[in-house]
Ligand binder design. Sequence first.
Ligand code: FAD
Length: 287
Amino acid sequence: MKISDILAQRQSFSFEIFPPKGDMSVEQAEAVATELCKNNPDWISVTFSAGGSGNSERTADIGRRIERGVGTTALAHLTCLGSSRADVDAYVRRLQSAGVENVLALRGDRAPGRDVVDFAYASDLVPYLKESGLCVGGACYPEGHVECDDLATDLDNLKRKVDAGVDFLVTQLFFDNDDFYKFRELCDRKRIKVPIVCGIMPFTSVKQLQRMTFNCGASIPARVVKRLVAAGDDPIEQTKAGIIYAQEQIVDLANNGVDGIHIYSMNKPAIGRAMHDALVGCGYLPA
Ligand code: FAD
Protein backbone atom coordinates (compact mmCIF):
# COMPACT_ATOMS: atom_id res chain seq x y z
CA MET A 1 0.00 0.00 0.00
CA LYS A 2 1.19 3.53 -0.68
CA ILE A 3 2.12 5.44 2.48
CA SER A 4 0.43 8.56 1.09
CA ASP A 5 -2.85 6.59 1.13
CA ILE A 6 -2.27 5.45 4.72
CA LEU A 7 -1.53 9.01 5.87
CA ALA A 8 -4.64 10.30 4.11
CA GLN A 9 -6.70 7.97 6.33
CA ARG A 10 -5.12 8.11 9.79
CA GLN A 11 -2.24 9.09 12.06
CA SER A 12 0.41 6.47 11.46
CA PHE A 13 2.60 4.26 13.62
CA SER A 14 5.70 2.71 12.05
CA PHE A 15 9.15 1.30 12.69
CA GLU A 16 12.60 1.55 11.13
CA ILE A 17 14.93 -1.42 10.95
CA PHE A 18 18.37 -1.65 9.41
CA PRO A 19 19.34 -4.45 7.06
CA PRO A 20 21.73 -7.11 8.27
CA LYS A 21 25.44 -6.68 8.29
CA GLY A 22 28.20 -8.58 10.02
CA ASP A 23 26.89 -11.83 11.45
CA MET A 24 23.19 -10.99 11.17
CA SER A 25 21.43 -12.94 8.42
CA VAL A 26 18.55 -11.79 6.24
CA GLU A 27 16.42 -14.43 8.00
CA GLN A 28 17.22 -12.83 11.38
CA ALA A 29 16.22 -9.42 10.03
CA GLU A 30 12.96 -10.91 8.81
CA ALA A 31 12.43 -12.37 12.30
CA VAL A 32 12.89 -8.87 13.81
CA ALA A 33 10.34 -7.45 11.34
CA THR A 34 7.93 -10.28 12.19
CA GLU A 35 8.20 -9.49 15.91
CA LEU A 36 7.72 -5.75 15.29
CA CYS A 37 4.71 -6.54 13.14
CA LYS A 38 2.89 -7.94 16.20
CA ASN A 39 2.40 -4.26 17.14
CA ASN A 40 0.40 -3.66 13.92
CA PRO A 41 2.61 -0.96 12.41
CA ASP A 42 1.40 0.83 9.28
CA TRP A 43 4.78 0.23 7.69
CA ILE A 44 8.34 -0.83 8.40
CA SER A 45 11.18 1.13 6.82
CA VAL A 46 14.54 -0.37 5.91
CA THR A 47 17.68 1.77 5.86
CA PHE A 48 20.21 1.85 3.04
CA SER A 49 23.99 1.90 3.41
CA ALA A 50 25.92 3.13 0.43
CA GLY A 51 29.41 1.63 0.16
CA GLY A 52 31.22 0.79 3.38
CA SER A 53 29.18 -1.86 5.15
CA GLY A 54 28.06 -3.24 1.77
CA ASN A 55 24.51 -4.12 2.84
CA SER A 56 22.61 -1.84 0.46
CA GLU A 57 21.57 -4.66 -1.88
CA ARG A 58 19.83 -6.29 1.07
CA THR A 59 17.44 -3.36 1.55
CA ALA A 60 15.28 -4.48 -1.39
CA ASP A 61 15.46 -8.10 -0.26
CA ILE A 62 14.25 -7.20 3.26
CA GLY A 63 11.59 -4.99 1.66
CA ARG A 64 10.33 -8.00 -0.29
CA ARG A 65 10.24 -10.13 2.86
CA ILE A 66 8.30 -7.41 4.73
CA GLU A 67 5.74 -7.10 1.93
CA ARG A 68 5.40 -10.78 1.02
CA GLY A 69 6.41 -12.72 4.16
CA VAL A 70 5.66 -10.48 7.13
CA GLY A 71 2.66 -9.01 5.35
CA THR A 72 2.94 -5.30 6.00
CA THR A 73 3.93 -2.25 3.96
CA ALA A 74 7.64 -1.64 3.38
CA LEU A 75 9.42 1.67 2.92
CA ALA A 76 12.86 1.21 1.32
CA HIS A 77 15.44 3.94 1.84
CA LEU A 78 17.75 5.01 -0.99
CA THR A 79 20.70 7.43 -0.91
CA CYS A 80 21.88 9.03 -4.14
CA LEU A 81 25.37 10.48 -3.56
CA GLY A 82 27.78 8.41 -5.65
CA SER A 83 24.95 6.81 -7.64
CA SER A 84 24.25 7.12 -11.34
CA ARG A 85 20.86 7.07 -13.01
CA ALA A 86 21.59 3.48 -14.06
CA ASP A 87 22.23 2.50 -10.40
CA VAL A 88 18.94 4.07 -9.35
CA ASP A 89 17.09 2.41 -12.26
CA ALA A 90 18.43 -0.99 -11.18
CA TYR A 91 17.37 -0.37 -7.55
CA VAL A 92 13.89 0.74 -8.61
CA ARG A 93 13.51 -2.41 -10.72
CA ARG A 94 14.50 -4.50 -7.69
CA LEU A 95 11.94 -2.69 -5.52
CA GLN A 96 9.19 -3.06 -8.07
CA SER A 97 9.80 -6.78 -8.55
CA ALA A 98 9.80 -7.09 -4.74
CA GLY A 99 6.37 -5.45 -4.56
CA VAL A 100 7.70 -2.38 -2.69
CA GLU A 101 5.75 0.78 -3.57
CA ASN A 102 7.39 3.28 -1.18
CA VAL A 103 10.87 4.76 -1.16
CA LEU A 104 12.55 7.34 1.10
CA ALA A 105 14.63 9.55 -1.21
CA LEU A 106 17.84 10.65 0.51
CA ARG A 107 21.05 12.33 -0.46
CA GLY A 108 23.14 10.40 2.08
CA ASP A 109 26.06 11.72 4.09
CA ARG A 110 29.11 13.14 2.38
CA ALA A 111 32.08 10.79 2.60
CA PRO A 112 35.43 10.47 0.85
CA GLY A 113 34.94 8.74 -2.50
CA ARG A 114 31.19 9.37 -2.50
CA ASP A 115 31.01 12.15 -5.06
CA VAL A 116 28.09 13.56 -6.97
CA VAL A 117 27.44 11.48 -10.08
CA ASP A 118 23.94 12.26 -11.35
CA PHE A 119 22.24 13.54 -8.18
CA ALA A 120 23.59 16.28 -5.92
CA TYR A 121 20.65 16.57 -3.52
CA ALA A 122 17.61 14.54 -2.57
CA SER A 123 15.53 17.11 -4.46
CA ASP A 124 17.21 15.85 -7.68
CA LEU A 125 16.33 12.24 -6.85
CA VAL A 126 12.69 12.86 -5.93
CA PRO A 127 11.30 13.70 -9.42
CA TYR A 128 13.36 10.88 -10.93
CA LEU A 129 11.78 8.35 -8.55
CA LYS A 130 8.31 9.81 -9.03
CA GLU A 131 8.56 8.98 -12.75
CA SER A 132 8.57 5.30 -11.75
CA GLY A 133 5.20 5.67 -10.02
CA LEU A 134 6.61 5.11 -6.52
CA CYS A 135 5.30 6.90 -3.43
CA VAL A 136 8.27 9.04 -2.39
CA GLY A 137 9.15 10.28 1.10
CA GLY A 138 11.87 12.71 2.14
CA ALA A 139 13.86 13.47 5.29
CA CYS A 140 13.49 16.67 7.32
CA TYR A 141 15.27 18.17 10.30
CA PRO A 142 13.37 20.01 13.08
CA GLU A 143 16.65 21.53 14.34
CA GLY A 144 18.07 22.06 10.84
CA HIS A 145 20.35 19.71 8.92
CA VAL A 146 23.82 19.42 10.45
CA GLU A 147 25.55 20.93 7.35
CA CYS A 148 23.22 23.91 7.07
CA ASP A 149 24.13 27.15 8.83
CA ASP A 150 20.57 28.16 9.68
CA LEU A 151 17.13 26.63 9.86
CA ALA A 152 15.64 29.21 7.47
CA THR A 153 17.96 28.15 4.63
CA ASP A 154 17.36 24.50 5.40
CA LEU A 155 13.62 25.15 5.19
CA ASP A 156 14.06 26.83 1.78
CA ASN A 157 15.84 23.68 0.62
CA LEU A 158 13.14 21.50 2.18
CA LYS A 159 10.46 23.47 0.36
CA ARG A 160 12.34 22.85 -2.92
CA LYS A 161 12.44 19.12 -2.15
CA VAL A 162 8.75 18.93 -1.30
CA ASP A 163 7.82 20.91 -4.41
CA ALA A 164 9.85 18.39 -6.44
CA GLY A 165 7.19 15.81 -5.54
CA VAL A 166 7.69 14.46 -2.01
CA ASP A 167 4.53 12.74 -0.74
CA PHE A 168 5.43 12.76 2.96
CA LEU A 169 8.31 13.65 5.30
CA VAL A 170 9.97 11.76 8.13
CA THR A 171 11.93 13.76 10.70
CA GLN A 172 15.40 13.23 12.03
CA LEU A 173 15.32 12.17 15.69
CA PHE A 174 14.74 14.91 18.24
CA PHE A 175 14.40 14.93 22.02
CA ASP A 176 12.57 18.20 22.60
CA ASN A 177 9.04 18.15 21.23
CA ASP A 178 8.92 21.94 21.28
CA ASP A 179 11.57 21.90 18.51
CA PHE A 180 9.17 19.83 16.45
CA TYR A 181 6.11 21.98 17.18
CA LYS A 182 8.02 25.14 16.13
CA PHE A 183 9.26 23.36 12.99
CA ARG A 184 5.72 22.22 12.12
CA GLU A 185 4.52 25.80 12.44
CA LEU A 186 7.36 27.06 10.19
CA CYS A 187 6.54 24.40 7.58
CA ASP A 188 2.92 25.46 7.65
CA ARG A 189 3.89 29.11 7.11
CA LYS A 190 6.09 28.06 4.18
CA ARG A 191 3.20 26.12 2.70
CA ILE A 192 4.93 22.78 3.14
CA LYS A 193 1.70 20.86 3.29
CA VAL A 194 2.65 17.17 3.10
CA PRO A 195 2.25 14.98 6.22
CA ILE A 196 5.23 15.11 8.60
CA VAL A 197 5.92 11.88 10.49
CA CYS A 198 7.95 12.26 13.71
CA GLY A 199 11.02 10.01 13.94
CA ILE A 200 11.75 9.10 17.57
CA MET A 201 14.73 7.12 18.83
CA PRO A 202 14.65 5.77 22.38
CA PHE A 203 18.20 6.05 23.65
CA THR A 204 19.64 2.93 25.23
CA SER A 205 22.90 4.15 26.78
CA VAL A 206 24.98 7.27 27.29
CA LYS A 207 27.43 6.13 24.61
CA GLN A 208 24.74 5.44 22.04
CA LEU A 209 23.11 8.82 22.75
CA GLN A 210 26.42 10.62 22.28
CA ARG A 211 27.19 8.77 19.04
CA MET A 212 23.84 9.39 17.41
CA THR A 213 23.53 13.04 18.39
CA PHE A 214 27.08 13.72 17.24
CA ASN A 215 26.30 12.13 13.85
CA CYS A 216 23.11 14.05 13.19
CA GLY A 217 23.51 17.25 15.21
CA ALA A 218 20.40 16.76 17.38
CA SER A 219 20.63 18.49 20.75
CA ILE A 220 20.31 16.81 24.13
CA PRO A 221 17.98 18.69 26.51
CA ALA A 222 18.99 19.08 30.15
CA ARG A 223 16.11 16.85 31.24
CA VAL A 224 17.60 13.93 29.26
CA VAL A 225 20.97 14.50 30.91
CA LYS A 226 19.28 14.57 34.35
CA ARG A 227 17.57 11.22 33.68
CA LEU A 228 20.90 9.69 32.69
CA VAL A 229 22.68 11.13 35.71
CA ALA A 230 19.98 9.52 37.87
CA ALA A 231 20.53 6.21 36.06
CA GLY A 232 24.22 6.30 36.94
CA ASP A 233 26.59 3.72 35.44
CA ASP A 234 24.01 0.94 35.38
CA PRO A 235 23.36 -0.04 31.72
CA ILE A 236 19.91 -1.45 32.53
CA GLU A 237 18.86 1.78 34.26
CA GLN A 238 20.18 3.82 31.31
CA THR A 239 18.10 1.78 28.85
CA LYS A 240 15.05 2.08 31.13
CA ALA A 241 15.53 5.86 31.27
CA GLY A 242 15.65 6.04 27.45
CA ILE A 243 12.51 3.97 27.00
CA ILE A 244 10.52 5.95 29.57
CA TYR A 245 11.68 9.25 28.08
CA ALA A 246 10.65 8.15 24.56
CA GLN A 247 7.28 6.90 25.85
CA GLU A 248 6.60 10.30 27.41
CA GLN A 249 7.74 12.01 24.21
CA ILE A 250 5.44 10.02 21.91
CA VAL A 251 2.43 10.35 24.20
CA ASP A 252 2.90 14.13 24.11
CA LEU A 253 3.22 14.03 20.30
CA ALA A 254 0.09 11.87 20.07
CA ASN A 255 -1.80 14.37 22.23
CA ASN A 256 -0.66 17.19 19.95
CA GLY A 257 -2.15 15.76 16.78
CA VAL A 258 0.97 14.77 14.83
CA ASP A 259 0.59 13.09 11.44
CA GLY A 260 2.53 10.00 12.45
CA ILE A 261 5.04 8.46 14.84
CA HIS A 262 7.98 6.47 13.45
CA ILE A 263 10.18 4.56 15.89
CA TYR A 264 13.86 4.04 15.20
CA SER A 265 13.69 0.55 16.67
CA MET A 266 17.38 -0.35 16.28
CA ASN A 267 16.20 -3.90 15.47
CA LYS A 268 14.98 -4.35 19.05
CA PRO A 269 11.41 -5.74 19.23
CA ALA A 270 11.19 -4.97 22.98
CA ILE A 271 11.58 -1.26 22.19
CA GLY A 272 8.84 -1.52 19.58
CA ARG A 273 6.51 -3.19 22.08
CA ALA A 274 7.17 -0.54 24.77
CA MET A 275 6.38 2.28 22.32
CA HIS A 276 3.24 0.49 21.11
CA ASP A 277 1.99 0.02 24.67
CA ALA A 278 2.45 3.71 25.50
CA LEU A 279 0.44 4.69 22.42
CA VAL A 280 -2.32 2.22 23.28
CA GLY A 281 -2.36 3.70 26.80
CA CYS A 282 -3.07 7.20 25.52
CA GLY A 283 -5.63 6.10 22.93
CA TYR A 284 -3.51 6.89 19.84
CA LEU A 285 -3.54 3.18 18.90
CA PRO A 286 -6.42 0.74 19.41
CA ALA A 287 -5.98 -1.76 22.26
P1 FAD B 1 19.11 16.82 1.24
O1 FAD B 1 17.65 17.04 1.36
O2 FAD B 1 19.69 16.75 -0.14
O3 FAD B 1 19.84 17.98 2.07
C1 FAD B 1 21.22 17.85 2.41
C2 FAD B 1 21.80 19.20 2.75
O4 FAD B 1 21.90 20.00 1.55
C3 FAD B 1 20.97 20.04 3.71
O5 FAD B 1 21.86 20.79 4.51
C4 FAD B 1 20.16 20.96 2.81
O6 FAD B 1 19.78 22.17 3.44
C5 FAD B 1 21.14 21.20 1.68
N1 FAD B 1 20.50 21.39 0.37
C6 FAD B 1 19.47 20.71 -0.15
N2 FAD B 1 19.19 21.14 -1.40
C7 FAD B 1 20.09 22.11 -1.67
C8 FAD B 1 20.34 22.92 -2.80
N3 FAD B 1 19.61 22.83 -3.93
N4 FAD B 1 21.37 23.83 -2.75
C9 FAD B 1 22.14 23.93 -1.64
N5 FAD B 1 21.94 23.17 -0.52
C10 FAD B 1 20.93 22.27 -0.56
N6 FAD B 1 21.40 7.97 5.60
C11 FAD B 1 21.79 6.81 5.02
O7 FAD B 1 22.94 6.69 4.58
N7 FAD B 1 20.92 5.75 4.90
C12 FAD B 1 19.65 5.82 5.34
O8 FAD B 1 18.90 4.85 5.21
C13 FAD B 1 19.20 7.02 5.97
N8 FAD B 1 17.93 7.16 6.41
C14 FAD B 1 17.51 8.36 6.95
C15 FAD B 1 16.17 8.49 7.35
C16 FAD B 1 15.72 9.70 7.89
C17 FAD B 1 14.28 9.83 8.31
C18 FAD B 1 16.62 10.78 8.06
C19 FAD B 1 16.15 12.07 8.67
C20 FAD B 1 17.95 10.66 7.66
C21 FAD B 1 18.41 9.45 7.08
N9 FAD B 1 19.72 9.29 6.65
C22 FAD B 1 20.13 8.10 6.07
C23 FAD B 1 20.69 10.38 6.82
C24 FAD B 1 20.75 11.30 5.58
O9 FAD B 1 21.29 10.58 4.48
C25 FAD B 1 21.64 12.50 5.94
O10 FAD B 1 21.02 13.29 6.91
C26 FAD B 1 22.13 13.33 4.77
O11 FAD B 1 23.22 14.14 5.24
C27 FAD B 1 21.09 14.29 4.17
O12 FAD B 1 20.16 13.61 3.43
P2 FAD B 1 18.86 14.40 2.87
O13 FAD B 1 18.17 13.47 1.99
O14 FAD B 1 18.12 15.03 3.96
O15 FAD B 1 19.61 15.53 1.98
